[in-house]
Design a protein around this ligand. Structure first.
Ligand SMILES: NC(=O)c1ccc[n+]([C@@H]2O[C@H](COP(=O)([O-])OP(=O)(O)OC[C@H]3O[C@@H](n4cnc5c(N)ncnc54)[C@H](O)[C@@H]3O)[C@@H](O)[C@H]2O)c1
Ligand SMILES: O=C(O)[C@H](O)CO
Length: 322
């Protein structure tokens, strides 16, 4: 039987490539680092029945029109704001993401950013590198305590709950905000539901883990930062456009919140001149929430599994639509 043609916008870890090669004819943008240019993507899907996309690939009407044989788009990310689900539905194209496999790794990064921002880790290293470390004095490089403080998670889904679970060892009081209260979250984490403004004004640490949608775009701006405690730590591991970045810069310059840990940006990648990088109270990393060998490999194999399943008429593990 003829194998279905699939287009991959990047070479994937070997386990995923092997799984795909066994069931499909692979065509790909074979560059490990540079994203697949739009033109190459539109050409790439011309004969393809399946597409394996990354979060840097926009899947919209134009792309679907360029791929008239497409039956399945497997996104290698849990977030799927790069996909126009309605357009896929209209054209009968199935879509999947990679939920669950990124959860613990991304929650680890939220904690790494929280601790790094609260205890000024990057600033401290830069101080030493610049030869600025003088003799010990009482208020040298003082930060804020995480142990015993109050954590507020906005978006208590898979990652948000994993962030809350980690707080048990830190003796924290826990709050969460979701569209609606969730008794299961409360039972497993001990967190209390709070309206957004209440969470912002009462938390010592605010961690954002909502998906990017029409509802959450620009959810955090000057008003929300002004509600936070002056000593608050703000962490975003969700998506950049959830935060009005210029307003975050102004808020950090004014010292409220006191510090931030940021993994995701309005427009990625950012360059060395980005204003957040000029602020000593911002720890910024390049969208590495899920970046461990094990997790990126699991994401790739789950995406491959979804793609192969739909193209061979089997049940896919994590379909999003239809
Ligand atoms: N930085 C990274 O590398 C990285 C890694 C993985 C995921 N992410 C991002 O994290 C997001 C969350 O992933 P997840 O697996 O936890 O998803 P999830 O669907 O399990 O959880 C999202 C939660 O947000 C809530 N929510 C949605 N809209 C809301 C709103 N307007 N107000 C309040 N709550 C709202 C949902 O009810 C849900 O509980 C992804 O969509 C992705 O964008 C980033
Ligand atoms: O949505 C996701 O999965 C991340 O942004 C990349 O892991």
């Amino acid at each position: 039987m003829k194998k279905p043609v699939v287009f991959l916008t990047r070479r994937l870890p070997a386990a995923a490539m092997e799984m795909l090669a066994a069931a499909c004819t692979i065509t790909l943008w074979d560059d490990e680092v540079r994203p697949c240019p739009r033109e190459a993507l539109l050409n790439g899907v011309a004969e393809a029945e399946g597409l394996l996309s990354l979060l840097t690939d926009r899947v919209d009407d134009e792309l679907l029109a360029a791929g008239p044989h497409l039956r399945m788009v497997a996104n290698m990310a849990v977030g799927y704001d790069n996909l126009d689900l309605a357009a896929c539905r209209r054209r009968g194209v199935q879509v999947s993401n990679t939920p669950g496999v990124v959860t613990e790794t991304t929650a680890d990064l939220a904690w790494a950013l929280m601790l790094a921002a609260a205890r000024r880790l990057v600033e401290g290293q830069k101080l030493i590198e610049a030869g600025g470390w003088g003799p010990w004095y009482p208020m040298q490089m003082v930060g804020v305590d995480i142990y015993g403080s109050r954590l507020g998670v906005v978006g208590a889904g898979r990652i948000g709950q994993a962030v809350l679970r980690r707080a048990q060892g830190f003796g924290m009081a826990l709050g969460y905000h979701n569209r609606t209260p969730n008794s299961a979250v409360e039972a497993t984490t001990g967190a209390t539901y709070l309206a957004l403004d209440e969470l912002l004004s009462s938390s010592d640490v605010v961690v954002v883990t909502v998906p990017l949608s029409d509802e959450t775009r620009g959810m955090f701006g000057a008003r929300e930062f002004a509600l936070m405690k002056p000593t608050a730590i703000f962490v975003n591991v969700a998506r950049g456009p959830i935060v009005r970045e210029a307003e975050l810069v102004a808020a950090l310059q004014a010292g409220r919140p006191q510090a931030a840990g940021i993994d995701v940006f309005e427009r990625e990648p950012i360059g060395p001149d980005h204003p957040l990088l000029r602020l000593p109270n911002c720890v910024a990393v390049p969208h590495i929430g899920s970046a461990t060998v094990a997790t990126r490999t699991r994401m790739a194999t789950l995406a491959a599994e979804n793609l192969v399943a739909v193209l061979t008429g089997k049940a896919a593990p994590s379909l999003l639509n239809l």
